[in-house]
Design a protein. Sequence first.
Length: 136
Amino acid sequence: MRGQTTRVHGYHERSVADVPVDARRVLVVVRVRRLVCPTRGCRQTFREQLPGVLERYQRRTSRLTCQIGAVVRELAGRAGTRALSVLAMRLSRHTALRILLRLPLPQPPVPRVLGVDDFAFHRAAWPGSCSPGPAI
């Protein structure tokens, strides 16, 4: 069971890219605490998390990732990276595609009416069905 601790073991600095300002890249240096496990006899240390601002192991803030995702959703690959470089967000096309693949898929709309038409290919043959629109 995890408990909360205030015992600080040390500090750690992370360099994180943030949303550009005035067409200039912004690099934020974040200083996070390295905390000691509160369980007696446990020697494990762990880093303080910043939910909503930084996810684990990320080198970009959530705001920057959202903006990159909005551009990459419309223009994937090389076109997306060219558009992002104009906005002072430089990254490779492979990184752009990785961000695109991590985006959640849009939810398909729920059909309002379901209609199916049945017919026979030949007399006394198995019936087929034809439904307009995508298959459900």
